[in-house]
Design a protein around this ligand. Structure first.
Ligand SMILES: Nc1ncnc2c1ncn2[C@@H]1O[C@H](COP(=O)(O)OP(=O)(O)OP(=O)(O)O)[C@@H](O)[C@H]1O
Ligand SMILES: O=C(O)C1=C[C@@H](O)[C@@H](O)[C@H](O)C1
Ligand SMILES: [Mg+2]
Length: 171
């Protein structure tokens, strides 16, 4: 279930496993892999944390939108950053690039996985909790998803196999 460009785009909350699963999914399916966070660092020549410190969450989101709107690849798993769904132009391009897969996970499990949100470089407003961010973003992930995969309680291998099962029949 992909379009002619054959890409799989992973979206979801920070810590939902887009990068962790994306790279092994690509390896397993014989596809290329891009982490759009790494692409942002490459294009801007700076770590995400520095970009967030300099530009703030809103400025970072503008940069993230610009970089993701310019991605044009084939046969590639694209692990996006958690905040990519704030950028309409980015999502329009990513939707045109292939099948968008939302890695859905409970807020409770994310809380256990993530340490200090700001230290991790999450694009979050001052005073907000993870639950606030979760409630704001969940409708956006749902809006853009072609497929939703519930990864709560699954190991990395199990999540990867579940994502793969939507693209490879008979396995
Ligand atoms: N079952 C699991 N699946 C995926 N990741 C897991 C799992 N259990 C623990 N983890 C840990 O949770 C974290 C997932 O982080 P990862 O960087 O893959 O998320 P992400 O969705 O790419 O986040 P971001 O939006 O910040 O890029 C990693 O530290 C990983 O080791
Ligand atoms: O979900 C977020 O707010 C973010 C997630 C990371 O992937 C990075 O894109 C950045 O640190 C912001
Ligand atoms: Mg990531």
């Amino acid at each position: 279930m992909t379009n002619s460009k054959n890409n799989i785009i992973l979206i979801g909350m920070p810590g939902s496993g887009k990068s962790t699963n994306g790279v092994i999914l690509a390896k397993n399916m014989g596809m290329d892999f891009i982490d759009s966070d790494i692409l942002i660092q490459h294009v801007k020549g700076m770590r995400l944390e520095e970009l967030l410190n300099i530009h703030g969450p809103e400025g970072f989101n503008v940069i993230e939108e610009e970089v993701n709107a310019a991605i044009d690849v084939e046969n590639t798993v694209i692990a996006t950053g958690g905040s990519v769904v704030y950028g309409e132009k980015a999502m329009e391009n990513l939707k045109a690039q292939g099948t968008v897969v939302y890695l859905d996970i409970t807020c409770k499990e994310l809380e256990e996985r993530l340490g200090d949100l700001r230290e991790r470089g999450v694009s979050i407003k001052d005073g907000w909790t993870l639950q606030d961010l979760y409630d704001e973003r969940k409708p956006l992930y749902e809006k853009y998803a072609d497929i939703t995969v519930n990864v709560s309680g699954l190991t990395v291998g199990e999540s990867m196999e579940l994502i793969k099962s939507h693209f490879v029949s008979g396995e």
